[in-house]
Design a protein around this ligand. Structure first.
Ligand code: ATP
Length: 320
């Protein structure tokens, strides 16, 4: 059985991700100071409109691209500024990736794709062969395992991709639209497989999806909009109309994320409230009068903002 514990698996703090604009164009700030915690064995969906930053978040959390600012900790260990050399073994031992296209090596059979992944992780050849066979059998691919990817259907390709992703017993699977290319029947089967793996092996899942059905498998859905997490939702929420089910998130480091309707009623993005809190035995109390301020320093590169408080002339971050 999946046992969700209070032990933190993943803990991301203040993540920014900036794509440099082409000549003359503004940079795109795809993640804007985002915070996310995941417990061991949790099943979380990332939902939100197109361009909200979901894939960027997944790739950044997986160490496939560096955040422009912020920290990403796995079991308390910060990976955000590690060299590729230091990252590779952590990625291999902790994380499995599944993408929409499956990303198999086209010249290798299903079986050799899995063997290759295991070999890269340092598993000996005979053990790798044995484990590849067992995994493909478990995923219902025993009779097709010597076929090349081009001879496999979308659903079969995803099974091989899943076999590769779980081959190193990862604590977490990061999946970007894993059923995006599949029909309803194959989507159901792949999601059922995820659920079984989650239960049997206690693997945590973080899945980007546009599908209500896929999100319904998750313990909670995290909603992204314009590079920020704007709410979370319990299992069974309607992801096509999330307004009703948003709840406030308070991260481990004390950052609070408020639903967008609330924020826009309060203030525009780019401002913050400045106040002093006194916490004593009677609970928290605001001292003095809160005041509304713009950032003095760029939250991405920390250089003082000059003139325009919503554009950093130093790193090019657009802050609204
Ligand atoms: N390599 C890149 N270079 C420049 N901008 C990029 C790059 N990748 C993504 N972006 C931009 O970053 C923002 C977030 O993109 P991302 O792909 O993370 O969103 P998404 O929520 O996954 O979208 P979708 O649901 O359509 O796949 C978008 O404005 C996108 O145009």
């Amino acid at each position: 059985m999946a046992t969700e514990t209070n032990e933190l698996l993943l803990d991301a703090d203040g993540l920014y991700s900036i794509y440099k604009g082409l000549e003359g164009a503004n940079n795109v700030v795809a993640l804007k100071g985002l915070n996310l915690d995941m417990k061991k064995g949790e099943f979380v969906a990332i939902v939100g409109t197109s361009g909200a930053g979901k894939s960027t978040l997944l790739r950044t959390l997986g160490g496939l691209q560096k955040p422009s600012a912020g920290e990403i900790r796995y079991f308390g260990r910060d990976i955000s500024q590690m060299t590729e050399e230091a990252l590779v073994p952590i990625r291999r031992s902790t994380i499995g990736f599944i993408f929409q296209e499956g990303n198999l090596i086209p010249e290798l059979s299903a079986y050799n794709n899995v063997v290759r992944t295991l070999r890269y992780s340092g598993v000996g050849i005979s053990e790798a062969r044995k484990r590849a066979k067992e995994l493909l059998k478990k995923l219902g691919m025993e009779s097709r395992m010597h076929d090349l990817p081009q001879r496999l259907s979308g659903g079969e390709l995803q099974r091989v991709a899943i076999a590769r992703a779980i081959s190193n017993n990862p604590a977490l699977i990061l999946a970007d639209e894993p059923t995006g290319n599949l029909d309803a029947k194959n989507t159901e089967q792949v999601m059922q497989l995820f659920r079984d793996l989650h239960k049997e092996l206690n693997i945590a899942f973080l899945i980007v999806t546009h599908s209500q059905h896929v999100a319904s498998f998750a313990d909670r859905s995290v909603e992204l909009s314009d590079g920020m997490i704007i709410g979370q939702h319990n299992a069974g929420s309607d992801i096509y109309d999330l307004k009703e089910s948003r709840s406030v998130i308070v991260s481990k480091s004390g950052n609070m994320t408020l639903p967008p309707e609330f924020l826009s009623a309060l203030v525009a993005y780019g401002y913050h409230w400045d106040f002093t809190l006194d916490i004593n035995a009677n609970g928290p109390r605001i001292i003095g009068k809160p005041s509304l301020k713009t950032h003095n320093n760029c939250p991405v590169c920390n250089v003082p903002l000059k003139g325009d408080k919503f554009f950093c002339h130093s790193c090019g971050a657009k802050l609204n």
